[in-house]
Design a protein around this ligand. Sequence first.
Ligand code: SF4
Ligand code: SF4
Ligand code: SF4
Length: 242
Amino acid sequence: MINKKPKVGIFSLASCEGCIVQILNLEDQILDLLSKVDIVDFRVLKEEKEKAPLDIAFIEGCITSEKDVKKVKELRENSKILVALGECACTGGKFLVKDFKNHENPLQLKEALVNAQPLDQYVTVDYYLYGCPIDKNEFLELFKNLLIGKTPRPKSYNVCAECILHEKACLIEAGLPCLGPIIRGGCNAICPSVGKECIGCRGLAEDANIDSLIEIFQKHKIEVPSFLKHLQKLQKSEVERR
Ligand code: SF4
Ligand code: SF4
Ligand code: SF4
């Protein structure tokens, strides 16, 4: 169990701050939770006190500069638990598509740039909260677990596993290219539950069977997105490499 009044920081690197907005969307619940900890850094609340050492560092965003690398390494050194918040932090997210180092400096940034990278390319990450943005309730659950010293377990099921609990017709049956079968669950299948196909914002589930999903799409005469074929090739070459 963490100290009585744990020191917590919530930091942002290159991001749209959508994950931070999700935390703020918890409204009363987050105020209650924050009253139980000593928030030493949370820019949107204009909170900035002496940082180190921290019990928990939540980091949103992708590493895109040498300044970010330094900041993340310092946070790792000074934090007992480090959590990657959202796809940008967990996988690099959209920043991998527009890799700043390989383009002209479009934002006229003064700091030295590095290839866009997720946090774990530079430091050890203890927990990952996937999604773009994160699911606010999943954040709350993880935060509470960490405070009581319980080890959060990663979600090993896919979006379909949560979707079936909504007892709605499968979107694939209706001819929509839902990626639920191969995507990591944990969002309570929020998109299919309101009739929108899953576009995969939480990344591939463990043992994602891309071949099978392509076959299912073809059986339902759903056009197979080109990125799925690309992922299939990547998965095959990864299997051959092992
Ligand atoms: S994961 Fe998505 S919502 Fe969160 S900071 Fe990155 S782009 Fe924004
Ligand atoms: S709608 Fe999508 S997520 Fe839901 S069961 Fe069908 S494929 Fe899975
Ligand atoms: S249903 Fe899919 S796209 Fe929607 S939040 Fe969940 S993982 Fe992301």
